[in-house]
Design a binder for this molecule. Structure first.
Ligand code: CMC
Length: 432
C-alpha cells in the first residue's frame, strides 16, 4: 500500500470529504476552516482549552519527551549540561543555538557582567514598596518599570538593539531579585560585585552584610549555578506562552518579561516550590505522611500533592533527578533539611500508590528544589524569584525566535460564544 502524508476527513453533516496535508505529524488548524456546511458558515475550528494538543509554534530551542523523561537544550542533555557546563554558557547556548568558543564565552560573560547595575532611580522606587512586599510582586513590577528607562527597547526588530536589551535583562534580573529580598527583610541594598561570576554575585547581593567582599561557599555557589541551568528553559510552558503571547503584540521585552514573570508567580507553575515547602511544614512529621496522601486523594487536603505531576512529563522529571543528587552535596555543607525525610517518605508512598501510578504523577523540578533553597538560607517567598532569574534567558530566546518566525502574528485565539443572542436594552426602572 502506498502511503500519503495527508489526512482524509468526511463531514457527515454534508457528506463532503476533504484531504488535509500532514507536516511533522501535524495538520494546520486553518486548513479545517474550509470544512463548512454552507457558504455563510465560518468554517470548522478546534476547541482546545489550555492548549492541551495545539502546537503554537515551531521551535529549535528545547526538546522534551515527557514519556521518556528527556529534556535537552539545543540537543544537549540536561544532565550533561548540569554536570559540565555553567549557567552563563548555557544561556549563550540557548540564545545562540551553539556552545560558545572560549573567546565567545569570555565576551558574553563580560557583557553580562557590565550590565548588572541598574539606574539609581530603580532603587528609589523599589524602596517605595510596602515593608513586607512579596519579592516576586516587586520583581514583576520592577522589571516592567525597566521599560521606562530604555524606551529604545520598543525597536524589537532591530537585532543589535534587541540583543542589548536581552543582555541587560539577563544581567539585571539578579540585581532586582536580590534587592526585592533585601527590601522585604529591611536590609540595605547591595550593589553588584563585578569581580564575581553570575551566581556568586547574586549570593553576594543577597547575603553580604558588613564584610568588604562576600565569599560564598563554592559548593553552594555551584549548586545555585546548576539550579539556574535546570531552570533556564522548558519550551512552551505557561510563562513562556505568556512571553510569546504578550511579545506577539511587539511590546518591548521588559514588559513581556514582566508578563512572563507574573505567569510564573502562580502556584501551579513557578510558585509550586514555595507551595511544596508550605505543604511539608504543614505535614510536620513523617508519621503524618500516609494520612496526608489519603487526604490529597479524597480531596480533603484542600490541595494537590505539590511538586508532583506535570503536563508534559509522565515519567520522573529529569531535572528532579539532578536536584535530588545535588541536595546531598548541599546538605553536606548546610546540614540536612529536616523536611527532607518528609519529602522522601511522600515520594516513596506516592510512587507505590495506585492513584499516583495510574495518573503517571512523579516528582517534578519543584519537589526538591525548595529544600535546597531553604537549606541555603533563602526564605520561601524568594523561591519563585529564584526560578525567574534563570528562566529569563529561556523567555528571551523564545521571544526572539517568535519575532524572527514568518509564520507568527499577534496571538489571538478564537472562542465558542455561549452567551445570549441579540436582545434590546431595558431601562433600569423597568427591570424586574
Ligand atoms: N496531586 C494529586 N493529583 C494530581 C496532581 C497532584 N500534584 N497533579 C495532577 N493530579 C491529578 C488530577 O487531579 C487529575 O485527576 P483526575 O483525572 O482524577 O481528575 C489527573 O491527575 C490529571 O491532572 P490534570 O490537572 O489534568 O493535569 P495537568 O496536566 O492539567 O496539570 C499540573 C499539571 C503540574 C498543573 C498538576 O500536575 C499540578 O497541579 N501539580 C501540582 C503543582 C506543581 O507541582 N506544579 C509545578 C509544575 S513543574 C514546574 C513548572 O512548570 O512551573
Amino acid at each position: 500500500m502506498t502511503t500519503k502524508e495527508t489526512l482524509s476527513i468526511t463531514d457527515n453533516r454534508t457528506g463532503k470529504s476533504y484531504e488535509l496535508p500532514i507536516t511533522d505529524g501535524t495538520i494546520k488548524s486553518l486548513d479545517l476552516r474550509k470544512i463548512k456546511v454552507n457558504d455563510t458558515d465560518f468554517g470548522m475550528m478546534t476547541y482546545d482549552p489550555a492548549f492541551m494538543n495545539t502546537a503554537s509554534c515551531r521551535s529549535a530551542i528545547t526538546y522534551i519527551d515527557g514519556d521518556a523523561g528527556i529534556l535537552r537544550y539545543r540537543g544537549y542533555d540536561i544532565a550533561e549540561l548540569a554536570e559540565k557546563s555553567s549557567y552563563i554558557e548555557v544561556a549563550y547556548l540557548i540564545m545562540n543555538g551553539e556552545l560558545p568558543t572560549a573567546k565567545q564565552l569570555e565576551e558574553f560573560t563580560t557583557s553580562i557582567t557590565l550590565h548588572t547595575f541598574v539606574h539609581e532611580n530603580v532603587k528609589d522606587f523599589m524602596e517605595g514598596f510596602r515593608y513586607d512586599a512579596h519579592p516576586m510582586g516587586m520583581l514583576v513590577s520592577s522589571v516592567a518599570a525597566l521599560s521606562t528607562f530604555y524606551p529604545e527597547a520598543k525597536n524589537v526588530f532591530d537585532e543589535k538593539n534587541r540583543r542589548l536589551q536581552m543582555t541587560r535583562l539577563i544581567a539585571k534580573m539578579p540585581t532586582i531579585a536580590a534587592w526585592s529580598y533585601r527590601h522585604s527583610v529591611g536590609l540595605r541594598y547591595i550593589y553588584p560585585d563585578n569581580d564575581l561570576p553570575y551566581a556568586a554575585n547574586f549570593l553576594s547581593m543577597m547575603k553580604r552584610m558588613a564584610e568588604r567582599a562576600y565569599k560564598a561557599n563554592p559548593v553552594l555557589t555551584r549548586a545555585l549555578d546548576v539550579l539556574f541551568i535546570l531552570h533556564a528553559d522548558h519550551e512552551q510552558n505557561c510563562s513562556t506562552s505568556a512571553m510569546r503571547g504578550v511579545g506577539s503584540s511587539q511590546v518591548d521585552p521588559y514588559s513581556a518579561v514582566a508578563a512572563a514573570s507574573a505567569a510564573l508567580y502562580g502556584p501551579l507553575h513557578g510558585g509550586a516550590n514555595e507551595a511544596v515547602l508550605r505543604m511539608l511544614h504543614e505535614i510536620g512529621d513523617v508519621k503524618n505522611v500516609p494520612a496526608f496522601i489519603n487526604a490529597v486523594k479524597d480531596g480533603s487536603a484542600g490541595s494537590r500533592l505539590m511538586g508532583f505531576g506535570h503536563r508534559v512529563y509522565k515519567n520522573y522529571d529529569p531535572r528532579a533527578k539532578v536536584i535530588k543528587k545535588l541536595a546531598d552535596q548541599v546538605f553536606e555543607v548546610t546540614g540536612k533539611n529536616p523536611l527532607l525525610d518528609i519529602a522522601l517518605e511522600l515520594e516513596r508512598i506516592a510512587l507505590q500508590d495506585e492513584y499516583f501510578v495510574k495518573r503517571k504523577l512523579y516528582p517534578n523540578v519543584d519537589f526538591y528544589s525548595g529544600l535546597i533553597y531553604q537549606a541555603m538560607g533563602f526564605p520561601v517567598d524568594m523561591f519563585p524569584v529564584l526560578f525567574a532569574i534563570p528562566r529569563t534567558v529561556g523567555w528571551l530566546a523564545q521571544w526572539e525566535e517568535m519575532l524572527k518566525d514568518p509564520d507568527q502574528k499577534i496571538a489571538r485565539p478564537r472562542q465558542i460564544f455561549t452567551g445570549p443572542d441579540l436582545r434590546s436594552y431595558v431601562d433600569v426602572e423597568k427591570r424586574g
